[in-house]
Ligand binder design. Sequence first.
Ligand SMILES: *Cc1c(COP(=O)(O)O)cnc(C)c1O
Length: 396
Amino acid sequence: MPGFEIFGEEERRQIQDVLDTGVLFRYGFDAARQGHWKARTFEQELAARLGIAHCHLCNSGTAALSIALAACGIGAGDEVILPPFTFVADFEAVLTAGAVPVFAEIDETLCLDPEALETALTPRTKAVIAVHMCGAMAAIDRIKAICDRKGLVLIEDTCQSVGATLRGKALGTFGHMGCFSFDPVKTITCGEGGAVVTDDAERYATAHAYADHGHDHIGNDRGAEDHPMIGYNYRISELNAAVGVAQLRKLDAILATQRNHKQALKAAMAEYGQIQFRHLPDPDGDSATFLSFMLPDEATARRTAQALGAAGADGCFYWYDNNWHYLRQWHHLKQMQTAAKLPAQLYDYCPNYSRISLPRSDAIMGRTISMQIKLAWSAEQLQTRIAAVRQVLDAL
Ligand SMILES: *Cc1c(COP(=O)(O)O)cnc(C)c1O
């Protein structure tokens, strides 16, 4: 990853179809579009790829999360449990819905710890967002069992893990709804884009209406469509969807390349006793976008991350200091800095995020480095990288 590394003639041809017809809108204009339905084609192909009944494409992964929360009826005052290692989009979508983000510890999967999830439950808990971070799976079967037992909505944030599976079942298809992102740096990209998937026909109907001002999309004449609900505009354009169609058709090739590159790096690093790899509940289902590993302590991890950069191994992330993906540096959340006032009940219901203590997550993230696995590495570049990594680890 990212998918833009391998843009080619396929993406160009898909975009040309859209420009040739002039129909950039995903609905209607049936005659003018000459059979080109890019968003619809992407939806059908992604649903088939994942083995799920319904897919709705939208304009971002963040939008997908908002749509999923709405389609699951999550809103004012509901508590939603999520992990502190994710992207800011998750708490943004929860707060925007008027709901309350509640953070629970991660474990060595780098994802939500099922036991910590259980401890975080309160009578107000209505939903869980399980995030499949860095290309691989949370213990989603165990998380799902808890949600089923407690009657909670389960939403999967699969934005970083398209194509990954747990024992053969696609991530994003375990919960009530799965969310995907096809933003510019994801495994496959639309430029900007996202999707929600579900097996539930009713939630799907709500999702696609909600994502387009509440239109019911029955019939082609937009003036005659009904509004069963108040919605919003989360639509994707045909141009973006066209890029996605070409990218989605490359997903298997992308996964194969990532897995080969990761395997070679991992085998070399496995010789070093100080390295502990991220726990993968099912290593075969890893999409292999990242190689994540832990050092014995925080100081060694910081030193190693710096040394890797200096040795030319770029694309190594020390998330603990990163202000996009880990709670520790989310100062805007901690101070509840927003442009407009939040719904009133949030000021009463939200905990003080600057006082949240997640010692186990801190201990794990303080020791963790993730190395991005590139598609475009040549065999020679891969060997150079392995040599650079060895040089750093030899000096530990
Ligand atoms: C990228 C990402 C999102 C949001 O996707 P956008 O398309 O950029 O809005 C949400 N969650 C996670 C874990 C992500 O990595």
